[in-house]
Design a protein around this ligand. Structure first.
Ligand code: ADP
Length: 272
């Protein structure tokens, strides 16, 4: 087999059928790995990842978040974690929120949170793989991976390297029209990873005065697309300025009506 050039268009190998997973941290046990993906950036993938992780943690499960969105890492911001992660020469210790949720993100290792990451794809994928192998995660029931956006080289390598048990696809009403969502779903299918369902963000805005709902980004086609792809709709999130405020203030664990709580319930129902 020739060496992987990460250019699938010129390669006849079917990577979905090959096990290219890298071994996890030798001193950790992670029961389920769930990746949160989106066809493009800015649709709310990190918001969904952090809300889902917080909801699962509140249900008493041992939860970790691996921030694989290396060029746009916002998981530490959502949880209000800013101190540097440390290591002992063998392992890197994840950051931990006061409620015990474990995190690892490049932002916890960078000298300066505002430094841009100007690395090429293979280097970025290598860092994600190291987060999987070198971080002392300990015992984890659910690890949520905030994936790099899109369907390019980096998400592809992450898909191949990590033993992902299932994928949740985050979309916005515009994505559905442009078929971006179908590409994200097909990528998971090509990697033989089950798609657990769809989450639509920015679905509507509910007027705080009269309660009427407005489709700011146009009418959703989610029902049709879900039917076409034969996937369940897990949640529809409104445009909620208070959610954005909590996220930016590092208070995602304090969100009162966590919109992903029903999805955490469903996962626990299905997988314990
Ligand atoms: P992605 O991870 O897809 O790039 P983020 O989750 O970082 O997207 O969200 C981008 C921005 O939009 C963030 O500032 C976030 O707080 C805000 N945002 C996400 N979802 C919502 C929502 N439902 N209502 C209001 N603001 C939101």
């Amino acid at each position: 087999m020739s060496e992987c050039t990460h250019d699938c268009s010129s390669c006849s190998s079917n990577c979905g059928e090959r096990d290219m997973h890298v071994p996890g941290n030798a001193m950790s046990s992670v029961k389920r790995v769930i990746a949160i993906v989106s066809g493009k950036g800015g649709v709310g993938k990190s918001t969904v990842t952090s809300c889902l992780a917080a909801a699962m943690n509140q249900k008493g499960r041992k939860v970790a978040v691996l921030d694989a969105d290396i060029t746009g890492p916002s998981i530490p911001t959502a949880f209000g974690v800013h101190e540097h992660a440390v290591g002992d020469g063998t392992n890197i210790f994840p950051a931990e929120t006061p409620s015990g949720l474990k995190l690892m993100s490049l932002n916890l290792l960078s000298a300066n949170e505002t430094d841009p990451v100007i690395w090429r794809g293979p280097v970025i994928s290598g860092v994600v793989t190291q987060f999987w192998t070198d971080v002392l995660w300990g015992d984890v029931d659910y690890m949520f991976v905030d994936m790099p956006p899109g369907t390019g080289d980096v998400p592809l390598t992450v898909f191949q390297s990590l033993p992902i048990d299932g994928v949740i696809v985050v979309t916005s009403p515009q994505d559905l029209v442009s078929m971006i969502i179908t590409k994200a779903v097909n990528m998971a299918k090509m990697m033989n990873v089950p798609v657990l369902g769809l989450v639509e963000n920015y679905s509507y805005f509910q007027c705080p005065d009269c309660g009427s709902k407005h489709a700011i980004f146009g009418e959703s086609h989610l029902d049709d697309v879900a039917k076409e792809l034969d996937l369940p709709i897990l949640a529809r999130l409104p445009i909620d300025p208070s959610l954005a405020k909590q996220f930016d203030a590092g208070r995602i664990e304090q969100v009162e009506h966590n919109p992903l709580a029903p999805v955490a319930d469903l996962l626990v129902e299905q997988h314990g």
